[in-house]
Design a protein around this ligand. Structure first.
Ligand SMILES: Cc1cc2nc3c(=O)[nH]c(=O)nc-3n(C[C@H](O)[C@H](O)[C@H](O)COP(=O)(O)O)c2cc1C
Length: 500
């Protein structure tokens, strides 16, 4: 196994900045590529890349990038089948819904695994195209059923690092070893009502694509607590190659506050000192680590390094950059609010079907507006956040608290538990311009997430009132306010050549 210092960063050291994986497709291949070219770790979001590929193809793959990457896939018949099913020359007719696609399940058809593998492959391949910087893929442990195929597709494209949060990625080191050795894997999946280890998702890499030469990427586990970091570090079989320690101000999902839940006047969960990891304890574990959540300024980067970290993982600053996958109209609205000093981000304890707190930018025209969210017909057709459970009569069913209330109740779910849940799958697809249009004309609306600490974006918008690129954000982070270096310059002399 490669040592992390040899493979997660440029020669002579680790990256000082990791651009956070932001789903769905906010951390697009373009963003990851721009950050990797600037000498830091560019990361694509690995969530729902099957949907992203299928929908980009149905929109006509205007710049040809998907088809360029698919032409490089080592098993052309797989790429041909996906192209045949989803590619629509010139794009869908106005108002026409995207095709339905296979929903994640424990038993996976070949078509489903091929689409997931190819979706991951395309995004990572494009992020790595025409430069020698390093690229990672971010996956959510909670979206367990996609993990083996998503990871394998990224490995076929030569991904350098897998970053995994929203759960305890204890099975992943072993899975990476086995996939690199071309051995079948079974990833245990938690099924409510079943014994631990009773169910899992199988992937046979050789059965699916034939024998291929793939390299084992490093694993960075994203954790919120030093206790979890210590647990993972203790045992070689589950030990990651490094850690990202993320605090509760980070964008996206957060770990729930410890202890009895307390809400503030706005209904937000209150985080306290117990929710901050003890960085000294993490440093004592001896694994390379990065700090995330309110670490998107030059001073915070320096403070992180002073505390023993290799650097920082930064999300919001890059989500707002012109290279991110956010729909341009949303980014413009967010920048306008930033310039006016009115951008507000709240921690919503109910929005996410996962039950984890989820950060929501308060933005007109998005589902943060209660009226828009009340107007959305409840339905669950994508199902990335569905969880399996044992049906009363036997067999495995799937449920999601944001599905229609009656359906949820029929499956034994509680209506109280389902109230206030947003359909993140459809909303996050809408955030990146891939929202569904329903046969009755309803168009899925966005719901934007950002971190609550906007100091970095507020400072950058003063320097770049019209917006900034990812390379400009990297330069500012690494060198501080004193940076005015031209676009395209290599970041701070960091060598961007691959070491492996
Ligand atoms: C738009 C957005 C989406 C995110 N989605 C994910 C995700 O899918 N997986 C993940 O591990 N972290 C996700 N995050 C967290 C970031 O990767 C990063 O750790 C975090 O934003 C760092 O905090 P900062 O925003 O204060 O820089 C997301 C953050 C943002 C802003």
């Amino acid at each position: 196994m490669s040592s992390p210092s040899a493979s997660t960063g440029p020669p002579g050291g680790h990256p000082r900045a990791i651009q956070g994986g932001m789903g769905v497709a906010v951390s697009s291949w373009r963003l990851a590529s721009a950050v990797a070219r600037a000498g830091q770790l560019g990361v694509v979001s690995g969530t729902a890349l099957d949907l992203v590929l299928a929908r980009r193809l149905q929109d006509g793959d205007v710049d040809g990038s998907c088809r360029r990457a698919m032409a490089a896939f080592p098993v052309p018949e797989v790429a041909d089948r996906v192209l045949e099913r989803y590619f629509t020359a010139g794009g869908r007719a106005a108002g026409r819904p995207y095709l339905p696609q296979p929903r994640l399940a424990l038993r996976q058809t070949r078509a489903m695994q091929e689409l997931i593998v190819l979706g991951s492959f395309v995004e990572v391949w494009l992020a790595r195209e025409r430069h020698t910087g390093r690229v990672g893929i971010n996956l959510l442990e909670k979206v367990q059923m996609a993990t083996p195929a998503a990871v394998y597709g990224a490995m076929v494209a030569g991904v350098d690092v897998v970053l995994m949060g929203a759960g305890v990625p204890r099975e992943i080191p072993r899975m990476l070893d086995r996939l690199a050795a071309q051995e079948p894997v079974r990833l245990p999946v938690h099924v409510t009502g079943a014994a631990v280890g009773e169910h899992g998702v199988d992937l046979d890499p050789v059965g699916l694509l034939g024998p291929l030469t793939v390299r084992r990427p490093d694993l960075l586990a994203i954790v919120s607590a030093d206790v979890l970091a210590a647990y993972l570090a203790r045992d070689e079989a589950i030990r990651p190659d490094g850690l990202v320690v993320e605090g509760p101000s980070a964008g996206g999902h957060n770990a729930p506050p410890r202890g009895r839940p307390v809400l503030d006047d706005l209904g937000q969960p209150v985080f306290g000192p117990r929710d901050a990891a003890d960085v000294a304890k993490v440093a004592a574990l001896g694994l390379p680590f990065w700090l995330a959540g309110s670490f998107g300024t030059p001073e915070a980067l320096q403070a992180a390094q002073a505390a023993g970290a290799c650097g920082v993982q930064v999300g919001s600053l890059f989500a707002l950059s012109s290279d991110s996958g956010l729909a341009p109209s949303l980014r413009e609205s967010l920048l306008a609010e930033l310039r006016a000093g009115t951008l507000e981000v709240r921690t919503d304890p109910r929005a996410s079907p996962t039950g984890f707190p989820f950060k929501v930018a308060q933005l007109a025209g998005t589902l943060s507006d209660e009226r828009l969210s009340a107007d959305r017909p409840r339905l669950c057709d994508l199902g990335y956040l569905r969880t399996p459970y044992v049906r009363p009569g036997g067999g495995v069913g799937y449920h999601c608290p944001s599905e229609p209330l009656l359906t949820h109740a029929r499956k034994g779910g509680s209506v109280a538990e389902a109230a206030g849940r947003a359909c993140l799958c459809n909303a996050l697809a809408a955030n990146v311009g891939l929202g569904q249009t329903r046969p009755d004309g309803y168009v899925e609306q966005p719901l934007v997430t950002l971190g609550t600490d906007l100091e970095g974006p507020l400072r950058l918008v003063r320097t770049y009132p019209g917006g900034w690129s990812a390379a400009e954000a990297v330069r500012w982070l690494l060198a501080g306010d004193a940076v005015p270096a031209p676009e395209g310059q290599r970041a701070l002399g960091m060598n961007t050549h691959r070491t492996t």
